[in-house]
Design a protein around this ligand. Structure first.
Ligand code: FMN
Length: 153
């Protein structure tokens, strides 16, 4: 069944120091809570900054976002709504909140992102337009490919 998905990404900065155990606990507890409200996505952390992607029913994503925003352990910097993927399916159906490691991101090279970005115009039958906003979409698609390798929440 095709869902009416609402997807967002944001970055925030920690206001207390997070260590690996705290991050694992945060992702584990979040995963359990997110399952109950049908939210999926990932959490990335590097040098005091969080990068999180969330997708699900708009009502639940918005409710969760207001909780996350008022969490005193970090400060919000930027949030962006992302269009659902072209097929309308979830990008991360198997991750209810996966903590992803730096290697996941660094293995996605800029060349790879740009190439897929340009190819996607052809696939969509569009002229290449450098102001288009597919880069983020491509990056999310690339990260989502790791799900078959790391099939767990
Ligand atoms: C970077 C970051 C990401 C978070 N992501 C989630 C999440 O995906 N799901 C969740 O339930 N809580 C998440 N939290 C925790 C919430 O901010 C909040 O503490 C929690 O939802 C409170 O739950 P409660 O009201 O049930 O006690 C996150 C916190 C931080 C700092």
């Amino acid at each position: 069944m095709k869902e009416d998905l609402y997807c967002i990404v944001y970055v925030s900065e920690q206001s207390i120091p997070y260590d690996m155990n705290m991050l694992i606990d945060l992702a584990d507890i979040s995963a359990i809570k997110n399952i109950s409200i049908g939210i999926t996505g990932f959490l990335y952390y590097d040098k005091g900054y969080f990068f999180q992607y969330l997708e699900g029913d708009r009502k639940y994503v918005e409710q969760l976002m207001s909780k996350i925003k008022s969490d005193p352990t970090h400060r919000f910097i930027n949030l962006k709504e992302v269009l659902p993927s072209k097929d309308g399916k979830r990008r991360f159906p198997h991750w209810s909140m996966r903590l992803i490691k730096k290697e996941f991101i660094t293995s996605i090279t800029m060349e790879n992102v740009i190439m897929e970005y340009m190819l996607s115009f052809k696939e969509a039958g569009l002229e290449f337009n450098e102001h288009s906003n597919i880069t983020l979409d491509t990056m999310l698609l690339n990260i989502s490919k790791f799900q078959s390798k790391y099939y767990m929440y």
